[in-house]
Write a protein that binds this ligand. Structure first.
Ligand code: ADP
Ligand code: ZN
Ligand code: ZN
Length: 735
């Protein structure tokens, strides 16, 4: 018996092994095999016939262990992973490894980790709570247990909420009212079950647009892709909830992909409160044990709703029902290293393969999705109005050329802030640049502090007293004077810290909070800060895109958007799309409840046609303009790109390797423009010299025809071993 195994090694091939007598393996099961001098865990992807070609293969090594008696990965999931490997030109075994929880990758059994359970005995069930008057802790524990006939796991939230419950539980065990036992965990206990009757009373009645959206999706069976384009606050989440409830009622599961879990506690809380089913949440901050648990609960069907960040697109499920991609335009759905996949694109493919509807939701859909709508491939469903009667904010441009400004804040903005503060509103300022100033510059000669490792300025972090590189993480103590002319050094440009300091000076009585990666880390820190914002403990909020994503700030009546000019003139062809999205998203944070909102955009280029169109006509119109520009310029989504990157310690090697790649591809590159090699926009980063080769094809299929069976040969090209190279299909970040 032979098995063909995909192994987590950077090689574009699979490996055959022999089964020992008595061993049995099925496709989709893990095996442990010898590989060189190591032992690796891989997944059986085929059972080749031991025909004539193998008769002579005495060299085949023998499988050490078969780890799964039943397939860990279904045939359908293996096909999805194979397709992913082919499309992104990444080794199949490494794609599989990316999709598996770490413990399974390491060979741990595919079982729920056992947990301690507490369950009432018959005596405990009938026990009178009043009898425990003297032992209030035991009384509290008994009360919780009497509500859960199935028993409680030791890490159940309801027990943890009691604080120090263990001693009291021991007391109940001694009374013979509770038994303690180890059980295989049969469900993800992070999943909470709600009492359906308790929540149904609070359901909002869908408005006409929402009802129409739900009816459109439900009116068609099987796979289709819907773009749910709803202005911020239009009630997209209610549409998801309604579709999910219907899916759950058909005994099917729902998979919801979100950009960043830490930024979406409100969304999670709403799902938990409204869907009376077991739910599992998968993201990068989980312990390996919890991740395994969630993965298994999804696979077994115990978790009815699976919510996760991009890698959840690979999670197995037992009863496919519905895939939702929230904020589908968000760049974090694309992985920027290793297997550079786009979770939205894979979600669409997965929905097609598994014949389930896919809903792509956003207030600002990506141009890719809008192009698919225009082609008729996806169906657009619109929510053009805010739900619950809230009005969209009025948006104005503040012309920086004509007025005095202090530390990057214009008089108009400062006046508006004080007016809104006086009226009792909260104020939000958005600037997508952390630190105090993006450069420290000599007044005398223009010298500026550079990162020794990167072609980049160091950012001045005044609070920490450090110069930091935002590209490689280098930190250094500040230089006091210019090393060339001994001149004075001045911070140039603004980051969030500088705005924070200026606001603190102008509005000393208004408590303010800064939210960026320097100030707020981890999910708990987020939740605390957001709770404090909701409780109106802060009047001024200043932050980076962390503030712009998905959050409702009902008290915010003024949103100020700073630093847009960079996006207006960037050479990145996606810069204006991103700017339109971020402006629209930030503007949507203002005035979400009954409070009418105001939005100010500070710029030195108020007459820029892009800004004018965006402000006069909104995202729907500006995105169509941008699409037309892309079509005329032959840029994605009207063309397909692949970016081949190479980096080396030596400045010339990357380009030399890419020249070899170019020479290798050119003879067969009919219809594909091979551009470069050129130095990357930031040529040196973290001490590596970086070069790019861009492939520009009229369609994805033409591009794939060129790359198929060729990327796997790159390693045989000259210099391949001296550079780090990668292939990025449909690149989002061109840097
Ligand atoms: P989105 O996800 O599009 O930003 P939400 O679903 O968060 O919008 O809804 C915005 C606000 O409007 C929420 O406070 C929500 O409770 C409320 N809302 C949504 N749909 C309705 C409705 N049909 N009736 C009343 N309020 C609604
Ligand atoms: Zn100088
Ligand atoms: Zn650096």
């Amino acid at each position: 018996m032979l098995v063909r195994v995909a192994l987590p090694v950077p090689l574009y091939r699979v490996f055959d092994y022999r089964l020992a007598p008595g061993q049995v393996a099925v496709v989709g099961a893990r095996v442990r095999v010898p590989f060189g001098r190591r032992a690796l865990v891989g997944v059986v992807v085929a059972l080749p016939e031991p025909g004539a070609a193998y008769a002579a293969r005495e060299d085949l090594r023998v499988v050490s262990d078969v780890l799964d008696a039943v397939p860990l990965l279904s045939a359908a999931l293996l096909r999805l992973l194979q397709w992913t490997a082919d499309y992104y030109h990444y080794p199949f075994g490494e794609v599989i490894a990316t999709a598996l929880p770490g413990l399974l990758r390491g060979g741990a059994p595919a079982l729920f980790p056992p947990v301690v359970f507490f369950q009432l005995t018959a005596a405990g069930l009938g026990a009178d709570l009043a009898a425990l008057r003297r032992a209030p802790r035991q009384q509290a524990v008994l009360q919780v247990l009497q509500q859960v006939p199935g028993g409680l796991a030791a890490d159940d939230a309801r027990l943890l909420a009691l604080g120090n419950w263990r001693g009291a539980m021991q007391g109940l065990v001694q009374r013979g009212w509770v038994v303690r036992e180890r059980r295989e965990r049969t469900q993800d206990t992070s999943a909470t079950r709600q009492d359906a009757s308790a929540t149904s009373a609070t359901l909002p009645v869908l408005n006409a647009d929402q009802a129409q959206a739900v009816a459109t999706v439900q009116g068609q069976a099987g796979h289709r892709v819907y773009v749910l384009e709803g202005v911020t606050g239009s009630g997209k989440t209610e549409v998801y909830l309604s579709l999910m409830a219907a899916t759950l009622a058909q005994e099917r599961q729902c998979l919801v992909l979100v950009p960043e879990i830490a930024l979406t506690p409100q969304l999670l809380a709403r799902f938990r409160a409204r869907l009376p089913v077991a739910m599992t949440v998968l993201h990068s901050g989980l312990s390996e044990k919890v991740r395994l648990q969630g993965w298994l609960a999804a696979r077994s069907g115990q978790a009815r709703v699976i919510i996760g960040t991009r890698s959840a697109v690979f999670v197995p499920w037992a009863q496919p029902g519905l895939i939702v991609v929230d904020e589908e335009h968000d760049a974090s759905l694309k992985q920027h290293e290793g297997l550079r996949y786009h979770a939205r694109d894979l979600a669409v493919l997965r929905g097609y393969r598994e014949d389930v509807p896919v809903v792509l939701g956003s207030a600002t859909p990506s141009l890719e999705s809008l192009a698919n709508v225009a082609k008729g491939a996806y169906q657009c469903v619109r929510l053009p109005r805010r739900a619950g009667g809230a009005r969209l904010p009025s948006v104005r441009v503040v012309d920086m050329r004509r007025q005095w400004h202090d530390e990057g804040l214009s008089v108009s903005v400062l006046d508006a802030i004080s007016a809104h503060l006086e009226a009792g509103g909260q104020v939000l300022l958005f600037l997508n640049r952390r630190g105090f100033a993006p450069a420290l510059v000599c007044e005398g000669c223009g010298w500026s502090a550079q990162c020794p490792q990167c072609d980049a300025h160091l950012t001045w972090h005044q609070r920490a007293g450090l110069l930091c590189c935002h590209h490689c993480g280098t930190r250094s103590a500040p230089v006091r004077v210019c090393p060339g002319c001994q001149g004075r050094l001045r911070p140039r440009g603004e980051g969030t810290q500088r705005i924070e300091a200026a606001l603190a000076r102008h509005f000393p009585d208004a408590p303010l909070v800064r939210i960026d990666r320097d100030s707020t880390q981890g999910r708990e820190a987020f939740e605390q800060v957001f709770a404090a914002i909701h409780a109106q403990q802060y009047r001024i909020l200043i932050g980076t895109q962390m503030l712009a994503k998905g959050h409702d700030f009902p008290g915010v009546s003024l949103a100020v958007i700073l630093g847009v000019d960079q996006g207006l003139f960037s050479t990145d062809f996606r810069a204006q799309e991103r700017l339109a999205q971020v402006i629209t998203q930030v503007a949507g944070r203002a005035g979400r409840a009954e409070r009418p909102g105001e939005v100010l955009i500070q710029t030195f280029h108020p007459e820029h046609p892009f800004l004018r169109t965006l402000l006069q006509s909104g995202y729907a119109v500006v995105s169509q303009d941008l699409l037309e520009q892309r079509r005329l310029a032959g840029l994605p989504p009207f063309a397909a790109f692949a970016l081949i990157r190479a980096e080396a310690r030596d400045s010339a090697l990357g380009e030399q390797f890419l020249a070899a790649v170019r020479a290798y591809l050119l003879p067969d590159a009919q219809g594909v423009a091979v551009l470069g090699p050129v130095p990357a926009p930031m040529q040196r980063r973290a001490g590596w010299f970086r070069a790019h080769l861009l492939l520009h094809a009229p369609s994805r299929s033409v591009l794939q025809r060129l790359l198929r069976a060729r990327v796997c040969e790159f390693d045989a090209l000259p210099l391949a071993r001296q550079v780090r190279w990668s292939v990025d299909i449909d690149p989002v970040d061109m840097g």
